[in-house]
Design a protein around this ligand. Structure first.
Ligand SMILES: *Cc1c(COP(=O)(O)O)cnc(C)c1O
Ligand SMILES: [Zn+2]
Length: 556
């Protein structure tokens, strides 16, 4: 298997070896791996069918000489999860989440750690220096421990203490640098230079870029797998490209590698197009977004990032941005967008409450970007979107959870003697006697489930559901709910008829009504609703907390 390293500056072609760090012709550090794509494309489908679903199944397109199972911890092969509730809420039903939290070190950096440490082991390197905003250090530390490589991690003081301690637990020497991440990188580089140690080089390291490619490979295989059986035929392995890949971006290594991965699949004739990349940054540190929007191919460094999200505090993306932009423009397209910390924290809540995923703020940035772009129409409802859920929550929820998130159960000393009774008495204080009652009327199960979930997640309500108009009236008359949430388009008895019947009955007439509809209303229909309903919401256009606020205001 021959791998070539191509110099991005002078075009020199060199046979790749893990110890190759610079172009032999011009000394440039910007090398890129190229493979014999035709040959690999011919034999891949057959080989892949026999291998487990994890990163090393793609070893023909990875820059190690041998596969070393002793270093592996089952990296890669993370689930691709359909986001049904979020998709419903945004009016984009084809949203998928690539759940990178489920890797061995709980972020997508464990791909980078696994492939780099394997390559460094092959190159005979025994001591490594790196700078990190946290997750790279955790990933490299775990794999360095397995490989017997000594690691020095220079961490900016913005990194949460919990992450620093985890890095130290793996036996890595932590150096806390009270400065920005870009400054910490300079200190690490100087330390490595003085002691003549190997310095981790991010996007300039072939194994790093190549490791990130595997996310693209997996996504396309998983999208293909998730198609209806009839469309897969009798093939065992196949690839299908999404329309969009979303990721929170700091230095840009992830999207650079993922873009290369998609493009390689395209070159090999395995997918029909290269997907668009959506790179999302935080407003307080968004050098790529500024450059992109101004059409510039170099990003002006942000010298003092203003964000709570330390993981995304690369102020100077350097050449990575230039390369990324070039490639987005020449194949696949895409865009860069920024979101505020507030939008990010809101997305964190939405993701946890609507999809059951607890993610770190850096990961939530991509979702906040998706919400923003879906709502402003940059994403079409029929497009297939994959969001990289890059990392898991660290104990920094203190920042975002606010007050009143827990209820207390206190057992008196007596309770110890009568455990059963004492517990029940204590619990009865937790649940108030009567919660407000809400009737949800919609003929589609998914729509009812979304509204039920929104109300469950952010308040205490007694919920009733009706799947048609007749049932809705029955329940309304019997339960006299505090609020009705009503769909308009239903077979037989539609929402308008339900509304007329509710208002005609003196018992149900005063109940406030929120109409949630997918229907574009005509002026006559709007006139019919006037004075009858309190709030009108368009399906696919409101977020969970917005509905929650309406409900709270009407029930009070
Ligand atoms: C590193 C990291 C990012 C940013 O990724 P880049 O590809 O380096 O820009 C985003 N989210 C998490 C959780 C990360 O660890
Ligand atoms: Zn060169």
């Amino acid at each position: 298997m021959s791998i070539q390293a191509v110099c991005l500056d002078c075009g020199q072609n060199t046979p790749y070896a893990p110890s190759l760090l610079n172009c032999p012709a011009c000394q440039s550090q910007w090398l890129e791996a190229r493979y014999d794509y035709e040959m690999i494309a011919a034999k891949w489908p057959k080989i892949l069918a026999r291998r487990p679903f994890e990163l090393w199944r793609y070893r023909e397109l990875l820059p190690t000489l041998r596969y070393n199972p002793d270093l592996s911890m089952g990296e890669g092969g993370t689930p691709l999860i359909r986001a049904v509730n979020l998709g419903m809420m945004l009016g984009c039903p084809n949203i998928y989440i690539k759940d990178e939290r489920q890797g061995p070190t709980a972020s997508f950096k464990d791909r980078q750690g696994a492939v780099n440490i394997a390559a460094l082991k092959e190159a005979g390197v025994t001591e490594v220096v790196l700078a990190s905003t946290g997750n790279v250090a955790m990933a490299y530390s775990a794999y360095a421990a397995r490989a017997g490589i000594k690691l020095w991690a220079f961490l900016t003081s913005l990194v949460p203490a919990e992450k620093m301690r985890e890095v130290a637990l793996y036996g890595t020497q932590v150096v806390k640098v009270t400065a920005s991440y870009d400054q910490a990188k300079k200190v690490a580089a100087e330390y490595a230079r003085q002691r003549n140690l190997y310095l981790e080089r991010g996007a300039r390291s072939i194994p790093s870029v190549e490791a990130m490619k595997t996310i693209a490979f997996e996504i396309c295989e998983q999208l293909w797998q998730q198609q209806p059986e009839a469309e897969r035929g009798d093939q065992l392995v196949g690839f299908r490209a999404p329309d969009w890949y979303f990721q929170s971006v700091s230095g840009g290594l992830g999207p650079l590698g993922v873009q290369k991965g998609f493009h390689e699949l395209f070159r090999m004739g395995l997918i029909e197009k290269t997907p668009a990349i959506a790179g999302i940054q935080t407003e307080g540190c968004a050098p790529m977004v500024h450059a992109w929007k101004e059409g510039r191919d170099t990003a002006e460094p942000v010298t003092s990032p203003r964000t709570h999200i330390a993981t995304l505090s690369t102020g100077d993306p350097g050449r990575t941005y230039t390369l990324l932009r070039q490639r987005m423009l020449s194949n696949g397209g895409g865009l860069f967008e920024s979101v505020s910390d507030e939008e990010t924290f809101r997305a964190m809540h939405i993701l946890a409450k609507m999809e059951g995923l607890s993610v770190e703020p850096a990961a939530a940035v991509a979702f906040a970007g998706l919400i923003k772009l879906a709502r402003n129409g940059s994403i079409r409802p029929d497009e297939v979107i994959v969001v990289n859920c890059t990392g898991h929550t660290m104990p920094i929820e203190r920042l975002i959870l606010g007050e009143g998130w827990a209820r207390n159960v206190v057992l008196s000393s007596q309770a110890a003697e009568f455990p059963q009774e004492g517990l029940l008495a204590a619990l009865s204080k937790v649940t108030d006697d009567r919660f407000p009652t809400v009737l949800i009327v919609d003929d589609t199960e998914e729509a009812r489930r979304l509204i039920r979930r929104i109300l469950q997640a952010q308040g205490n309500y007694t919920l009733h559901e009706a799947a048609n108009g007749r049932q809705a009236l029955e329940i309304a008359r019997k339960e006299l709910p505090d609020l009705v949430i009503l769909d308009l388009m239903m077979p037989e008895m539609d929402g308008f008829a339900v509304l007329d019947a509710l208002k005609a009955d003196t018992a149900t007439a005063p109940i406030p009504v929120i109409v949630v509809t997918a229907k574009e209303l005509t002026p006559e229909e709007k006139e019919r609703l006037r004075g009858q309903v309190q709030t009108l919401l368009q399906k696919g256009e409101f977020m969970s907390d917005e509905l929650q606020e309406e409900v709270r205001a009407l029930i009070r």
